[in-house]
Write a new protein. Structure first.
Length: 422
């Protein structure tokens, strides 16, 4: 199976890489026209970084910085800051700090050096160190973005929002504060606010692969999510997370062939990434190939033994095969590894209903609604468990709560379930 997926992914990624190369043509042409233009060098270095071409980005930025050294200090400072960001993207903290020191050493660059260093500390989520640098950077767009990210790490909602909003006033065309605020809101359960900010980030910076990915991740499965994720993978062909999420969305939409293509791309990018194996297994399961799904789950666990998503895939595969006892063992293991994921309990509930284990189904669904009291799908699962057990009154109560709760609930389908109760 991997040989087929790998070959398919190679064709796909090669084609997408060609599309990405064409989007860089204008930036390359500008540098060829005037190699001494700091803005052209900066734009090309940034575009290459976004495309995931880090070595090429570093080479261009270093060329630009050496060319401008001594006669355009402000331009050199910008190039060294972009060098730091490229090292951050590579998760190379030490070299990022070196570049931030160069930024700070430029004439008038002290504040920028501190803001750059704050960005570098955020790579390792060092909020205290980042705060120290931000305090010395003053009130600039970059320092306020870094401050917002730092406060978000500390779960200081109001303060983080205020810092991001301040950054927006300093640069109305900057996408970064909208991106980071939107991601933070979505990750902390403020889905609608998060999506609104992420849409604004994409409006301001339509080729930013991170903004496109985060929007596609936040949107419910649908064509808008597909469009955002496809654009993200066009802008950065090796964006594994975007390919994985695109495959997940395609599975949810019943587009198994498209999901297989996206999963193949993820596996081609990094066959040692557990998420790539899990989503490949999800595609196999959607095609009714439970044994292939088990193979992928085991491959993921071979890379990361405590992968909750791999355990969940294994549980679903066993359930598909009718091995309910083995499935329940893996559901319990998956929930033990990730108690923030209500889907584990919901999947366990549905597996028990299918196997006629109604008492267990009610137990899993009850736990889901207890642990996630505002999550609508948990109440749908509880309603299904009661309905399977013939308790129409309890089922109706659970379904009614699902309609009032948060989360991705198909209201029409729930109302149809209520109507079907006797």
């Amino acid at each position: 199976m991997h040989r087929f997926f790998g070959g398919l992914a190679l064709v796909l990624v090669t084609a997408q890489a060609f599309a990405q190369e064409s989007s860089l043509d204008s930036a390359r042409a500008a540098v060829r026209t005037n190699g001494n233009d700091v803005n052209a060098s900066l734009a090309l270095g940034k575009a290459l970084r976004r495309a995931g071409k880090y070595a090429d980005s570093l080479a261009e930025l270093r060329r630009g910085a050496s060319t401008l050294a001594g006669h355009q200090p402000d331009g050199a400072m910008k190039l060294h800051w972009e060098l730091a960001r490229t090292f951050i993207a590579q998760r190379d903290f030490s070299n990022a700090i070196v570049e931030c020191r160069v930024v700070g050493a430029q004439t008038g660059g002290a504040a920028s050096g501190h803001a750059c260093t704050a960005e570098a500390h955020l790579l390792w989520r060092r909020a205290t160190d980042a705060s120290t640098e931000i305090a010395q950077a003053g009130r600039t767009y970059e320092s306020k973005v870094a401050e917002g990210r730092t406060l978000a790490l500390q779960l200081k909602d109001a303060e983080a929002e205020a810092a991001f909003k301040d950054a927006m006033t300093l640069n109305a065309q900057g996408a970064e504060p909208h991106l980071y605020l939107g991601k933070y809101w979505f990750d902390t359960g403020k889905t609608d606010q998060g999506i609104a900010e992420l849409k604004r980030a994409v409006e301001l910076d339509a080729t930013n692969p991170e903004a496109l990915y985060e929007l596609g991740r936040a949107l419910p499965p649908g064509q808008d999510a597909v469009n955002a994720l496809q654009k993200a993978t066009h802008e950065r062909t090796n964006h594994l997370e975007a390919w994985v999420r695109l495959a997940e969305v395609d599975i949810a939409l019943g587009k198994n062939a498209d999901a297989k293509t996206a999963a193949a791309a993820a596996l081609h990018i990094n066959a040692q990434d557990p998420a790539a194996h899990v989503v490949t297994g999800r595609v196999a399961l959607a095609d009714g190939k439970a044994d292939d799904a088990l193979t992928e789950a085991r491959a993921a666990l071979g890379v990361m033994a405590n992968s909750a998503s791999a355990k969940l895939l294994m549980a679903d595969a066993y359930a598909k095969k009718g091995d309910i006892d083995l499935a329940l063992e893996q559901y319990q293991a998956a929930y033990g590894l990730d108690r923030q994921n209500p889907e584990v309990l919901i999947h366990a509930t549905q597996a028990c209903i299918k196997a006629g284990r109604n008492t267990s189904a009610r137990a899993y669904a009850t736990t889901a609604t207890h642990d996630f009291p505002t999550y609508g799908p948990a109440f749908v699962a509880l309603g299904d468990a009661f309905a399977a057990d013939g308790d129409a009154a309890q089922a109706r109560t659970a379904y009614d709560k699902a309609l009032q709760a948060k989360g991705p609930v198909d209201a029409a389908a729930v109302r149809a379930k209520i109507a079907a109760l006797h």
